[in-house]
Design a binder for this molecule. Structure first.
Ligand code: SAH
Ligand code: SF4
Length: 383
């Protein structure tokens, strides 16, 4: 018994180390794009036709299409074999020829404030994150649009990873689907593209994913409850502005002058502030400025006054975000009293500003941090 007690924890420890090491190796971000389009990559309008073609080719009656369609997004199933309303032979044929892709759950973490963070592994081993933030009757899902990010904002954990690849429409909208499959009571009411990656550098993936999230035969989330966040990729903003639905736009501003912005966000070199704001004028709905407050970098009274000027000019709402320290070693979060003073200065000059609570601090819930954290733990466990 004593020997068992001695070996038990050690064996467990070794198992954790080897599992963690495998996890780390598997999570390296690949640089190739993968996957041919599945049923779940298609917009609901197109998937109907694909299913009709399949049903016809199988010699089945047309009503079968109407039975299959809702199982993709409206009443999702993990695999066709779970669609018990269908005959067994039909389920097997679907499973064989039109299998439904899945995202593999690596970790799900729960914060004491109700926030949940999910780390998914994709088919080729890339790892991405989603965060679900409940607040009263809302459940806001923060989606990733790329594995990693090429843009290297100095405060961002994803930026430090570098770029892996673009996500497919399924890999984006599927983050919501996977959560619904696991927790139907957590079905998102709102979606923000504020996870890993720059959505407007992956328009090919993001464009259909917006339709899937919004369409009544998709997840049916109202366009005004779906926000695309961007650092200001002008061609992507122009594409988004062409969509007839009223998707919302958030611009990650973080500084109100080109010089200050360049010190935080290298993208300023390619798409400068003036052009970004010009492109934002094409949006009919009110836009939001995201502004991460970083001590001594962008949080002075002068910074606040410059932000007032831009917010007034654009009629923008300002979201003030406390810097999540895990994402940016070396940068210091603005202290709470300074955040309050900054917000008050905006409000006193007529700008609508909201200080966002930092959610999920205990589970590394800022963009890219869970992946970094798990890798760090694995590193420290390495023999
Ligand atoms: N690439 C897009 C969307 C993903 S980033 C963009 O930048 O807008 C989503 C948001 O996470 C951005 O507003 C970004 O500023 C914020 N973010 C990144 N790192 C952060 C950190 N360490 N603390 C707080 N917010 C952070
Ligand atoms: Fe990329 Fe957005 Fe992070 Fe900047 S803040 S590095 S654009 S994910």
């Amino acid at each position: 018994m004593a020997a068992t007690t001695h070996r038990g924890p050690r064996a467990t420890q070794l198992r954790i180390v080897s599992t963690a090491f495998r996890l780390f190796c598997d999570m390296a971000i690949p640089t190739r794009a993968v996957g041919s389009s599945s049923l779940l990559d298609l917009k609901p309008q197109d998937v109907g036709q694909r299913l009709t073609d399949w049903v016809t080719a199988q010699g089945l009656p047309p009503y079968r299409t109407r039975q299959l369609l809702p199982r993709l997004w409206q009443r999702p199933i993990g695999a066709w074999t779970d669609a018990t309303e269908l005959p067994l032979t039909l389920r097997s044929a679907l499973q064989e020829t039109l299998p439904l892709p899945r995202l593999e759950l690596v970790t799900e973490q729960h914060s004491s404030d109700g926030t949940r963070k999910f780390l998914w592994r994709l088919d080729d081993g890339a790892a991405i994150e989603s965060v679900l933030i409940p607040s009263q009757s809302r459940r806001t899902l923060c989606l990733s649009s790329q594995a990693g990010c090429a843009l290297g904002c100095v405060f961002c954990a994803t930026g430090r990873m570098g770029f892996g690849r673009n996500l497919t429409p399924f890999e984006i909208a599927g983050q919501a689907r996977e959560i619904i499959l696991r927790h139907p009571d957590l079905t998102p009411t709102n979606v923000v593209y504020m996870g890993m990656g720059e959505p407007l550098l992956n328009w090919k993936g993001v464009d259909p994913s917006l339709t899937i999230l919004n369409h009544p035969e998709g997840l049916g989330i109202g366009a005004r409850h779906i926000t695309v966040s961007t650092v200001g990729i002008v061609p992507g903003m122009q594409e988004l502005a062409k969509r007839t639905e009223q998707f919302r736009l958030a611009i990650s501003l973080h500084a109100a002058t080109p010089e200050r912005r360049l010190a935080l966000m290298p993208i300023e070199k390619k798409y400068d502030l003036a052009h970004v704001l010009q492109a934002a004028k094409a949006f009919r709905k009110r836009i939001t400025f995201e502004y991460v407050l970083i001590s001594e970098k962008n949080d002075s009274d002068r910074d606040a006054d410059q932000l007032v000027r831009l917010a007034r000019q654009m009629g923008a709402l300002v979201n003030l975000l406390p810097l999540h320290p895990g994402g940016a070693p070396g940068l210091i979060p603005t202290p709470p009293d300074r955040i309050r003073a900054f917000a008050a200065r905006l409000k006193n000059q007529g700008v609508e500003a909201v200080v966002r609570r930092s959610r999920g601090l205990d589970i590394s819930a800022a963009c890219g941090q869970l992946k970094v954290e798990i890798e760090r733990k694995v590193e420290t466990h390495k023999p």
